[in-house]
Design a protein around this ligand. Sequence first.
Ligand code: COA
Length: 317
Amino acid sequence: MMKPEMKGIHVVATGHYAPGNVVTNDDLSKIVETNDEWIRQRTGIERRHFTEGEKNSDIAYKAAKMALEKSGIDVNDLAALVVATFSPDYFVPSVACILQRELELPTDMPCFDLNAACSGFLYAIQVARGLLLQSRKRYALVIGSEVISKVLDMDDRGTCILFGDGAGAAVIELDETKKYFSYLGAEGNEEYIYCPNADEEKRKVHMDGAKVFKFAVSTVPKCINGVLEESGLSKDDIDYFVCHQANKRIIESVAQRLDIPMEKFYINLQEYGNTSAASIPIALSEMEEKGLIKKGMKLICVGFGAGLTWGGALIEW
Ligand code: COA
């Protein structure tokens, strides 16, 4: 019998959704003292999407529906639904439970949210894989979905320009022919980035940008090297690196440190800003839509964020 640790995952289908309200850098410059040139140069971000009246579960629904329809699976074959988010509709019920009803999923499966901030999707994939190893059912639905605009301090130009709303989803199954390695970590820290559990008015993201930047440029190489070491692969074996989309300068610094050409890093932060747990699945779904990822390609995805948390995963398409 195949050892559990040998079983990789196959991404059967992906989906994504970004709300229609596009907020440009110029739009933000009317609210806070900033300008398009500064934001582009310091972050690479050009616009982001903010929800207007849509809840987290509404946008997660759209990404999930797209992934489920593309996959063609019978939802009765789902073993689990895991939603990575730090910006749910409610403390309870979870976004996942709301989606169970809205997507008409069977009731005999676990549906829950998981909070690992911007590393959430990679945590969720690893948890879903663990659940699949215990299940007789074949598939899991994994979603990263965020409505960060609701917790942005629009007076703080150091944070409000960085984030956006969006959702990405993937249907996965176990597949012993695929390579999969996961490298996850966490370290308690409320200093670099936090969002207090307070009245709505005070529930805003606070961040020390410079400290987060330093953390990111050392953590992403650590995750990439961790995955390469575990898998016995070299950086040249990897077709794409899909990093959490926080700041283009972070990705450029990682490419330089690891001597990997920038063309191997997928970048879409110019369109969405930082969508936290949604950024990696949105990128994967877009890459699939553009025909960039083909069967057999090897990807390393890397997330990092509040917690602090981090994660890397080798996914063979
Ligand atoms: N528009 C114009 N000026 C701005 C600005 C904005 N939106 N935000 C900050 N500034 C100003 C600062 O006030 C500062 O002015 P000063 O020199 O007069 O004091 C100057 O620009 C430089 O600020 P600094 O914070 O040093 O800029 P930076 O190059 O470090 O960029 C971030 C700031 C936030 C873009 C950057 O630190 C960053 O991206 N950090 C990581 C954040 C992140 O990824 N968070 C999510 C993790 S999941």
